[in-house]
Design a protein around this ligand. Sequence first.
Ligand code: ADP
Ligand code: MG
Length: 254
Amino acid sequence: MEYGAVTAVDGLSFTVGRGEIYGLLGPNGAGKSSTIKTLVGLVAPKSGEVTIFGRSLAEEMPVKSLIGYVPEEVLLFDSLTPREFLEFVASVRRLAADEANGRIGRMVKAFRVEAYFDSPIATLSLGTKQKVAVMAALLHDPPLLILDEPLNGLDARSSRILKELVSLHARKGGAAIFCTHVMEVAERLCTRVGIIDHGRMVGEGTIEELRALVHADESLENIFLKVTAEEAGIEETIKALEGEVRDENGTNAL
Ligand SMILES: Nc1ncnc2c1ncn2[C@@H]1O[C@H](COP(=O)(O)OP(=O)(O)O)[C@@H](O)[C@H]1O
Ligand SMILES: [Mg+2]
């Protein structure tokens, strides 16, 4: 997958099954969002193919409706209220009104957005906008959830609820792809992870498999730093930073 001369994703291949929560991990700029944009059909791969439950993404609408997608930067209609926006999404998805209203009502309660439900989206905090985007993606109960850094801007309670929703979705036989650079989230939530760096898959498996690959008992964060070969640079970077803040007496000011 290329942006002009930049190759953002290179030879990447992975499969996610029903009941799985697949964590796509990688440092900033690794190519996670570009991978996800390819999966949902926002950008076309130069070569290769995306299949969703055995059907090619090229089939367009019928396949795309199997996906619930929360982009990294949520884009909502500022002049609508969450109620209007979610009703609009429900009608685009051709959901029966009472089914949609039931789901919307339950999610509004779970995410505690009752107080903002009739305020223009423009006036909402980042976290509340993020919640509305998540609700819109979940509204038609898609069998495949694709969430790009969905916890950005969410408070602890809402993060927890979103993680519970994703777990529940997988337990009911759905599939989820969860893109994050936060290791602890992947460690606790994902059944399998793929670590990408510079657009390539550098490690893939369950957390246990990745641990066995590197060292038993290592945290995912250490595994991650090892496989992306970033560990070596960290100590030097910290030393350099310490050097910066040494005061005139040569003692460390940190
Ligand atoms: N629209 C774009 N045009 C050019 N380069 C881009 C664009 N979007 C992303 N990139 C580049 O592609 C690479 C992967 O970016 P991205 O997929 O956003 O990474 P991640 O989500 O893992 O942080 C980066 O080098 C980034 O600078
Ligand atoms: Mg990204």
